[in-house]
Design a protein around this ligand. Structure first.
Ligand code: F0G
Length: 351
């Protein structure tokens, strides 16, 4: 029987580590690739969900963070810092606990989901709420790491990308080849960069016969790559991707162009519709930003831009429990019943 050992042990030969590296892991990766029946029917394709909310801190960030914190530990760093819309900070805080180093996080004030704030707090991170957006937080984090003894663990740190590319390896290992199309949400654009790197490496080494087309989706109110210019005041209910000037902008465009792909936008309404479809019809509870991938696939399918018969993977990046407000909002209040089988049965429509 095989126990998953975390991405560094599973893909050691493809990552920048050696025998002396002090691996800091929470057993990340090895996440489910779930066949999506309703999405397959709607698109005429074979659609799978890469469920990254199953990672230890509930998002794909753990793949990059095991590498970034391992590297920080290896280099003797006493403290790390990141800017975050919530998931990076949750992940950095948890891995820093294991490495016994200090974690500082910069988050946009009032704009991160409660569950993510709770994670940073409970893992003992030093949290500063910045009077600004994510882009301002990243500028500040870069400045601090340039001038003070603190290592930057945002995805501008190349080892983050190395860790995150393992999700592509897992997909090819599971399916036996690369999918035809890979769809994901785009915020700071690190993840699309990482998947593209992973798919290219496997194809170059003959472990896949081809690379997929890469489709990325930004929220309409935070779609700088689609607009072709930074967005000063990005707005979306999908707070994880509320980013106006992505750090990996050019890499995302390179992935799009080299793969024959696409970077497009989806509205908050489309994101919420996909969010509800995933939970109510596929049984997969994600946070709103994660649903941007599925919203984008459905938008393209409705516009006749998805050829049937393809193998498609949508990454759903974060767990729904991170941001439960959207699950509860607009849902009917549960009714209260006495401890009485007949009354309960009547309410359930069983009698
Ligand atoms: N989905 C979720 C749930 C995220 O948290 C993020 C990014 C993305 C998608 C976009 O990924 O930035 O690589 O394009 N969250 C970062 C954070 C910004 O701080 O947690 P990306």
């Amino acid at each position: 029987t095989h126990q998953w050992r975390g991405i560094i042990e599973e893909y050691r030969d493809r990552l920048p580590v050696d025998d002396a590296t002090p691996v800091v892991s929470l057993g990340e990766g090895g996440t489910p690739l779930v066949h999506a029946q309703v999405l397959s029917e709607r698109t005429g394709c074979d659609v799978y969900l890469k469920v990254e909310g199953a990672n230890p801190t509930g998002s794909f960030k753990d793949r990059g963070m095991t590498m970034a914190i391992t590297r920080a530990k290896e280099e003797g760093a006493k403290a790390v810092i990141c800017a975050s819309t919530g998931n990076t900070s949750a992940s950095a805080a948890a891995y820093a606990v294991r490495a016994r180093i200090v974690c500082a996080v910069l988050v946009p004030q009032g704009k991160i989901a409660l569950g993510k704030m709770g994670q940073a707090l409970v893992h003992g991170a030093k949290i500063l709420q910045v009077d600004g957006n994510f882009d301002d937080c990243l500028t500040l984090a870069r400045g601090l790491s340039d001038n003070y003894p603190v290592a930057l663990v945002n995805s501008v740190n190349p080892v983050r990308i190395e860790g995150q590319k393992t999700a592509a390896f897992e997909i090819v290992d599971r399916l036996g080849d690369a999918p035809d199309l890979h769809v994901l949400p785009v915020g700071n654009a690190g993840n699309i960069t990482a998947y593209w790197k992973g798919y290219q490496e496997y194809a170059a080494d003959g472990l896949a016969t081809h690379t997929p087309r890469m489709w990325g989706f930004q929220a309409s109110g935070a779609a700088p790559i689609v607009r072709g210019e930074p967005v000063k005041d990005p707005q979306t209910i999908a707070t994880a991707i509320r980013i106006g000037n992505p750090a990996s902008w050019e890499f995302a465009e390179a992935a799009r162009d080299a793969s024959g792909g696409l970077i497009d936008e989806v509205t908050d309404r489309q994101i919420l519709a996909a969010y509800r479809l995933l939970s109510a019809q596929e049984g997969v509870f994600v946070e709103p930003a994660s649903a941007a991938s599925v919203a984008g696939l459905l938008k393209a399918a409705e516009a006749g831009r998805v050829d049937p018969g393809q193998r498609v993977v949508c990454t759903v990046t974060g767990n729904g429990l991170k941001d439960p407000d959207w699950a509860v909002a607009g849902a009917p209040q549960p009714v209260t019943v006495p401890v009485d089988a007949a009354a309960a049965a009547a309410r359930l429509g069983l009698a």
